[in-house]
Design a protein around this ligand. Structure first.
Ligand SMILES: [Zn+2]
Ligand SMILES: [Zn+2]
Length: 163
């Protein structure tokens, strides 16, 4: 290992340390924020600590960028040209990940899912069969063929008894 490589190895080590130093508190902050967000729905309160998520986000981002540097095989071949797409990937990854998890959360809360009467699985609102046990989630009216919820007693379209 020549002097230059040693220097790089040292740098990578520093980046790795920095990476974890940012990433871990970032994830914790985001976790606490998300947790508060979730809990608030049960208590019908405003999410008190949700803002922590937004503090945690840049930490998590910086941490992953530093870790990216730290775990690169060769720092020397890492020109500014190559740096941009990787940094961008990191941003995309985090933005996408955050969007997805928040989206999932909102989706869970907003859409009234259909609970399977057979196994209790929560299925998408427009699902026709349970994605866990395969039981039909809709009751098709035998008079007008309208799709009714599985626990419907009377057809919502023609009003006939479909029990
Ligand atoms: Zn089921
Ligand atoms: Zn009907």
């Amino acid at each position: 290992m020549n002097k230059n490589e040693l220097e790089q190895a040292k740098k990578r080590k520093t980046f790795r340390k920095l990476g974890f130093a940012f990433l871990i508190p970032g994830i914790i902050l985001m976790g606490v924020g998300m947790f508060s967000f979730f809990i608030s729905f049960d208590n019908f309160e405003a999410p008190q600590f949700f803002f922590l998520t937004f503090i945690g986000m840049p930490f998590t981002f910086l941490g992953s960028v530093f870790l990216g540097f730290g775990y690169m095989k060769s720092y020397a071949s890492y020109t500014s040209k190559e740096l941009r797409p990787i940094a961008k990937d990191n941003i995309n990854y985090i933005v996408e990940g955050t969007k997805e998890s928040i989206g999932d959360l909102l989706h869970e809360v907003k859409t009234d899912k259909i609970k399977c009467s057979s196994c209790g699985e929560n299925n998408d609102k427009d699902a026709k069969f349970c994605d866990n046990c395969g039981k039909a989630l809709v009751k098709v009216c035998r008079y007008c063929h309208e799709e009714n919820e599985n626990d419907a007693k009377y057809c919502k379209s023609c009003g006939k008894d479909i029990e």
